[in-house]
Design a protein around this ligand. Structure first.
Ligand code: COA
Length: 151
C-alpha cells in the first residue's frame, strides 16, 4: 500500500469511493464539490491510500490552531476489514501529533458501529453528542457523537 497527498484530480474518484462507502440513508458522505471546496481551505490535509494504483481509502483533516478535526475517513468497501482504515487513522493522528496539535476531534453517527470501533481502538473517547446532526434520506435525522483524542 502506498500513501500520497490528495490532489484536486483525485476528487472524482474519491467522490465515487464515498458514494459506495457511505450508506446514503444516513447523510454522512460528501459529494465532490463539498470535498473540493474543503480541500481549498487553509489547514486541510488529505491523504490517499493506493493499492495497485487505485484509491483504497482516504482521510481529510483540518487544523484549527492547537486542535484538528477529522472530517472524513472512508475505505473502499471492497477493501474493508483489511486494516486500511486503522492505518489511515494512525497516520493522521501521528501527523497531527508531530505537527504540534494537542487534540483531534471528530463527529460520528451514533449507530456507525464500524467507525466507532475504529476510533475507540485508536483511543478516541466520547466527549459529547449532537442531536439530529446528520440529515439522511427522506429528511430523517441521526445523532452524532463527538469524540476526541488528546496527544
Ligand atoms: C469505518 C471504515 C473507515 C473502517 O475501515 P476499514 O479499513 O474497514 O477498517 P479496519 O479494517 O482497519 O478495521 C478497523 C476496526 O473496525 C471494525 N470494522 C470495520 N468496519 C466495520 C463494520 N462495518 N462493522 C463493524 N465493525 C467494523 C473492524 O472489525 C476493526 O475492528 P477489530 O479489528 O476490532 O475487529 C470503513 O468501514 C468505511 O469507510 N466506512 C464507511 C465510511 C464511514 O463510516 N466513515 C466514518 C465516518 S466519517
Amino acid at each position: 500500500m502506498l500513501f500520497r497527498t490528495v490532489t484536486i484530480d483525485d476528487v472524482p474518484a474519491l467522490a465515487a469511493l464515498m458514494s459506495r462507502a457511505f450508506d446514503a440513508r444516513y447523510g454522512e458522505g460528501w459529494n465532490g464539490s463539498q470535498l473540493l471546496g474543503t480541500l481549498a481551505m487553509p489547514g486541510t490535509r488529505s491523504e490517499l491510500a493506493l493499492i495497485d494504483a487505485a484509491p483504497a481509502g482516504f482521510t481529510l483533516t483540518r487544523n484549527t490552531g492547537e486542535d484538528c478535526e477529522l472530517l472524513l475517513i472512508a475505505v473502499d468497501p471492497d477493501r474493508g476489514g483489511q486494516g486500511i482504515g486503522t492505518e489511515l487513522l494512525r497516520r493522521s493522528t501521528e501527523f497531527a501529533k508531530h505537527s504540534g496539535i494537542r487534540r483531534m476531534f471528530l463527529e460520528v453517527r451514533s449507530g456507525n458501529t464500524g467507525a466507532l470501533r475504529l476510533y475507540e481502538r485508536r483511543g478516541f473517547v466520547c466527549v459529547g453528542q449532537r442531536k439530529d446532526y446528520y440529515v439522511g434520506e427522506n429528511h430523517l435525522r441521526f445523532d452524532a457523537i463527538t469524540m476526541a483524542l488528546s496527544f
